[in-house]
Design a protein around this ligand. Structure first.
Ligand code: BES
Ligand code: ZN
Ligand code: ZN
Length: 497
């Protein structure tokens, strides 16, 4: 995305100007530079009812000046407008820009400001929201007449110093591009995005940003004794992959944060087979991996001061004569044995070995992110990410960050009684499915058994990683949930050092 910062009165090539329209718009800073484009007629139209309702859009041809059209974006009561509202408004605008086949859109920055939201924030939210809204998945249809239209440039019209606005717009662009990449990974079918293909993607990402990348194949995974990951992979013709990527902010790399992602490229449920309706969409069971890869892209671009190791355990979960079965007892990398009660509770198994590996690499903090349970959807709906943690202070920092990114997260308890039920088995140290109640807690809690005392946050994105319908910030399909929150969290941890 090309980013330009210009004065509101400067000649410019944009095809459309995006303007925030509030109640009493004349109070907006620099409003006269909007009015001029309508040769004095705008006030009358506004009086006649041009909508300033939040999230409304109206497009008008201009009467004067270089930019042929203006898109008014309703922001309602300026004082009440939040960053979240603004991001969503820009998302809606981004969708419209694609429909209008716009290549270059300009944003009238001051018309979106209020006491809380300054020009830098407007630029960040505009770049982020517009590009998230404008996302479309390049599908596999043949003979489509659709031209390959792309929004190519954004112009920010402001009287304020350009460097800060440009930098903010750049950061917003980086966030949106990473989210959109994660969405694409989630949307890709499992016959194309195999564990091997995901590892190749990670390898390329690592090369682009200078991460130290290790891709472990079956024999290395066997050598490490990752019996839990191998059990899930047992029924598959696809080789498993453990993706390890190190971002070194310091030379010592002594106590990195581990970002651990569930990378199940397809989840049939295994012998605890999913019903036919529940199986469709399970190409998205690598949403956690996508979130980690997206966050690493942001980290590669913005270079925070925090060491990070990304670990993704990837396989599909299939049925075959070789597949693991209920009643099997397996040995994880940690040495802990696990009684399999449900082969569909496979995510916690691969995460167990990934977390053990993270600890072996010296991780001092662990965040795992996974499409782990249908239970989180039952508990919180599809718009909230479920959280478990063993460290409230550590989690407090993530909460702060999620308020900035607008990604809603909500903590559930993990009690001693829950842990007791995870450890209840006649034949092994743990069982992988203590019961149908409290699903989300048992899923994440199982992973917690391998984390020990290391500060840990578990994010269950089974609901949030996929949208059933188009929404303000994007289309139906992969959402790129937690990409921005994880990336900003790493940045904050770096700033706090
Ligand atoms: N991948 C699923 C969770 C899921 C459900 C993701 C719906 C996205 C949408 C996970 O592996 C799973 O099957 N979990 C089971 C666990 C149960 C068998 C203990 C579940 O939630 O039903
Ligand atoms: Zn499953
Ligand atoms: Zn799964």
């Amino acid at each position: 995305m090309e980013i330009n910062v210009l004065k509101p009165t400067e000649q410019n090539e944009a095809e459309i100007l995006i303007v925030g329209l509030s109640r009493h718009p004349e109070n907006a800073e620099g409003w006269e530079t909007v009015e001029e484009r309508f040769d004095g007629r705008l006030a009358g139209w506004i009086k006649d009812g041009l909508s300033f309702d939040p999230q409304s859009l109206s497009i008008y041809p201009t009467l004067k000046g270089d930019i042929p059209r203006v898109m008014f974006v309703g922001i309602g009561d300026r004082k009440k407008m939040t960053e979240d509202d603004l991001r969503r408004s820009f998302g809606i605008a981004g969708k419209q820009l694609i429909k209008e086949k716009i290549h270059y859109a300009a944003i009238h920055v001051a018309s979106f400001k209020n006491g809380e939201v300054n020009s830098g924030q407007v630029a960040h939210l505009a770049a982020e929201g517009i590009q998230m809204g404008a996302y479309r998945f390049a599908d596999y249809k043949t003979g489509s007449n659709e031209v390959d239209h792309r929004l190519e440039s954004l112009g920010f019209l402001t009287d304020e110093p350009s460097d800060a606005v440009r930098q903010a717009a750049f950061v917003g662009t980086v966030h949106a591009e990473a989210v959109n990449e994660a969405r694409t990974l989630v949307n890709m079918p499992a016959n194309i995005l195999t564990p091997t293909a995901m590892a190749e993607y990670a390898q390329e990402l690592g090369e682009a940003y200078g991460f130290e990348t290790d891709i472990l194949g079956r024999s290395e995974i066997e050598e490490l004794g990752m019996g839990a990951l191998l059990a899930v992979n047992q029924g598959s013709v696809e080789e498993p992959r453990l993706i390890v990527m190190k971002y070194k902010a310091t030379d010592s790399f002594e106590s990195p944060l581990a970002l651990v992602g569930k990378g199940i490229t397809f989840d049939t449920g295994g012998y605890s087979l999913k019903p036919k309706d529940g199986i469709v969409g399970m190409k998205g069971d690598m949403g956690g991996a996508a979130a980690v890869l997206g966050a690493m892209r942001v980290i590669g671009e913005l270079k925070p001061a925090k060491d990070v190791v990304a670990i993704i355990a990837s396989t599909d979960n299939m049925v075959s004569g070789n597949a693991f079965k209920p009643d099997d007892v397996i040995t994880s990398m940690s040495g802990k044995t696990i009684e399999i009660l449900n082969t569909d509770a496979e995510g916690r198994l691969v995460l167990a070995d990934a977390v053990t590996y993270a600890k072996q690499l010296g991780a001092s903090q662990v965040v795992d992110v996974a499409t782990l349970t249908g239970g989180v959807i039952v508990a919180l709906g599809k718009d909230k990410t479920g959280v478990l943690t063993n460290d409230d202070a550590f989690y407090g920092s993530l909460q702060d960050v999620s308020k900035k990114t607008g990604e809603f997260i909500w903590q559930l308890p993990l009690t001693e009684n829950d842990k007791k039920r995870l450890r209840k088995s006649d034949v092994a140290d743990l069982n992988n499915s203590p019961g149908r109640d409290g699903h989300m807690i048992f899923g994440g809690g199982f992973v917690g058994e391998f984390v020990g005392d290391t500060p840990w946050i578990h994010l269950d994105i089974a609901g949030t990683s996929h949208a059933d319908a188009a929404h303000d910030l994007g289309p139906q399909g992969g959402t790129g949930a937690m990409v921005r929150t994880l990336a900003l969290f790493v940045e904050k941890l770096g700033d706090d050092l």
